[in-house]
Design a binder for this molecule. Structure first.
Ligand SMILES: [Cu+2]
Length: 204
């Protein structure tokens, strides 16, 4: 398989999320391949049912014409944009179906260490980590990602990452365009260097 160097990283369009049921299609410049779209999980109305996050294996064509092994969260590659509101308690069931040890860290959230999801909170293959996050910070875009001891980089590169958007009274009241996929977009960019034979356990 041909290498893709950094010059082509934007053109090769590793990943992008456009956030609407039928957003305009974005295309990778070199291949005219439609970029993948990530789903929106709007949890702002609240629920007694935990939001299930299925960490799983998948494959994706990054413009090389070949299928590359990936990880995803409720998806072949990457995870959803999870939308929450300040003051909410949000329940998650995070299930590890990637066949290797992992952990999921909530990047940017002001939360206690026992739900932070660092390497001290590994999720064994086949296991489910159930937790409740209390959202108590201003509006902003945060994210979640694998934070596995010794394997964070390969697992995030392969797709274990998603977005967490916090809304609050101010952001909701703000006179700003906010219709996802029409006036507001979230884009995930990943730098890719694709080679034959690369394995997720080569943590370099
Ligand atoms: Cu982080």
């Amino acid at each position: 398989m041909q290498d893709i160097d950094r010059r082509h990283f934007l053109a090769s369009a590793a990943a992008t999320g456009t956030l609407l049921a039928s957003p305009p299609k974005l295309f990778a410049q070199n291949s005219m391949t439609a970029m993948p779209q990530i789903a929106v999980a709007d949890l702002t109305s609240g629920s007694n049912v935990p939001y299930a996050m299925d960490l799983r294996t998948g494959s994706h064509n990054f413009g090389t014409g070949a299928a590359t092994d990936t990880f995803g969260i409720n998806s072949d590659y990457l995870g959803p944009l999870v939308k929450v509101r300040r003051g909410q308690e949000v329940q998650f069931d995070v299930t590890n179906n990637i066949g290797e040890l992992t952990a999921v860290h909530w990047h940017g959230l002001h939360i206690p260490g026992d739900v932070d999801g660092g390497p001290h909170q590994s999720i064994q293959p086949g296991a489910t980590w159930s937790l409740v996050l209390t959202i108590d910070q201003p509006a902003g875009l945060n994210w979640f990602h694998a934070h596995t001891h010794g394997h964070t980089m390969p697992q995030v590169y392969k797709g274990l990452a998603g977005l967490l958007l916090i809304e609050d009274d101010d952001s909701i009241a703000a006179d700003l365009p906010k219709t996802f996929g029409v006036e507001e977009f979230a884009v995930v960019l990943q730098d890719k260097h694709l080679r034959c034979g690369w394995k997720s356990d080569s943590n370099d």
